[in-house]
Design a protein around this ligand. Structure first.
Ligand SMILES: Cc1ncc(COP(=O)(O)O)c(C=O)c1O
Length: 416
């Protein structure tokens, strides 16, 4: 192996993964007929140890907007390693400042100050801390069916009960309302409220778009009541919806924007919290020092800068919007043809959910797709929705292959 890690040839990696790392994940893959070990990945494809190549419609759950092993990002990271301008703690590194400047330029409105962390969940926790710093112990309103991550703060903020149940008691100071219901949000605001934390598009519950001006209305309520508006764009950021950030579609600027996933170019773990400068005033020494040791490390910053440059220099965003429209149109044609198994297809850019008639049907369709070498899986928070979220570098030809295979899968499943 290129990594130099020696693994015994006859070791059954799949079984060992289950025994040593996580028993649940191999069973999940088994159920889908995807009990394979990856040997390589490039662009929008993954290859398994038997030499099968799959079109990846999972996109690393948002990690691989720029594709798997993007050569430009690899080259920039290799250069950074060769230059040996790596961690300099306790001194500051120039590249971290360059990334902060770049983030200030590409984020909308007056968002300006940023802090780089190691994951989306950490960045969400950091945003929660910012609220606590500025609004004391006031409550944060979140949305039911949301997903914000696995750390205790992020998990508390998440709105999928099955993800949280085993870990009670979680943090105090959160309440949740249905996503998209502005009246419910209005009713839940009191003198005790400090902030609202939502995703612009909910994904774990299937794809829920913010309809009827929902985001603008949330912004207005936050302004009227002096609440901090936080948008979690960990999944939707960096081009997934055809714009750099999903909030741009709705002309809404949050007070705090949380990013992650593809910021690391699909190669380096990272997350970021970006806020308007007045919220940064109390960002004292004890606050950054509670962040973790590798936060803002040079490789993560280089990956972030290269990712942003890559998106800005090419036509990735416009292409993503066009590819997304083409894919959604074709999937909706399938919905029209197979109402016995499909209910709807919704999405923006290359973040699409196909709502099927049941979890069983979604699983059958996923298995059919995998048999045809296209990886598509049901949403973790809603088993009846099949998620279609390929890397943005997927080609038009690959999209046609996905659509043709999906139509064939629909024939097979509806005839069962
Ligand atoms: C919307 C959203 N927020 C937060 C997270 C957590 O990010 P991470 O897995 O990097 O901790 C995720 C991860 O799936 C996510 O999709």
């Amino acid at each position: 192996m290129a990594s130099g890690i020696k693994l015994s040839k006859d070791m059954n990696l799949f079984e060992s993964y289950g025994r040593l790392i996580n028993p649940a994940y191999p069973s999940f893959l088994n159920k889908l007929g995807l009990n394979k070990v990856a040997t390589g990945a490039q662009g929008a494809t993954i290859t398994d140890s038997e030499g099968n190549t799959y079109i990846d419609c999972v996109g690393g759950y948002g990690l691989f907007n720029l594709g798997h092993n993007n050569p430009d990002i690899i080259e920039s990271l290799t250069d950074q390693l060769k230059e040996q301008q790596l961690l300099t703690k306790p001194l500051i590194s120039e590249i971290q400042v360059r990334l902060a400047e770049c983030i200030e330029k590409i984020t909308p409105g007056e968002l300006s100050c940023s802090f780089i962390l190691n994951s989306g969940s950490e960045a969400i926790d950091c945003a929660i801390k910012l609220v606590r710093l500025h609004r004391g112990g006031k409550t944060i309103i979140t949305a039911q069916k949301s997903f914000h991550g696995h750390t205790f703060g992020a998990l508390t903020a998440s709105g999928i009960p099955s993800f949280k149940r085993a870990f009670q008691p979680l943090l105090p100071g959160f309440i949740s309302v249905p996503f998209g219901d502005i009246e419910a949000l209005k009713q839940s605001i009191s003198a005790d409220t400090g902030a609202v934390l939502i995703e612009p598009i909910q994904h774990e519950a299937g794809i829920l778009l913010p309809l009827n001006g929902y985001l603008q209305k949330v912004r207005k309520l936050c302004d009227e009541h002096g609440l901090i508006m936080i948008l979690d764009e960990i999944k939707t950021g960096f081009g997934k919806t055809g714009r750099m950030f999903a909030c741009e579609h709705y002309n809404v600027v949050p007070d705090i924007l949380v990013l992650g996933k593809s910021l690391g170019g699909g190669l380096i773990p990272t997350g970021a919290v970006i806020a308007k400068s007045h919220l940064w005033k109390r960002f004292g020494l004890s606050f950054p020092m509670s962040a973790s040791s590798y936060a803002g490390n040079v490789l993560a910053c280089r990956a972030g800068l290269s990712t942003i440059r890559y998106i800005q220099q090419g036509s990735l965003l416009a292409d993503c919007a066009e590819k997304g429209k083409m894919l959604l149109r074709s999937l909706r044609d399938c919905v029209g043809e197979y109402p016995n198994i499909l209910r709807s297809a919704e999405g923006l850019g290359l973040l699409i959910g196909i709502e099927t008639q049941s979890g069983k049907i979604a699983l059958e369709l996923a298995k059919e797709m995998i048999r045809q070498r296209i990886i598509m899986v049901p949403a973790f928070g809603n088993s009846s929705v099949l998620m279609v979220e390929p890397p943005l570098v997927i080609s038009f030809q690959q999209i046609r292959a996905v659509v043709d295979s999906f139509a064939a899968a629909c024939v097979n499943v509806s005839n069962k």
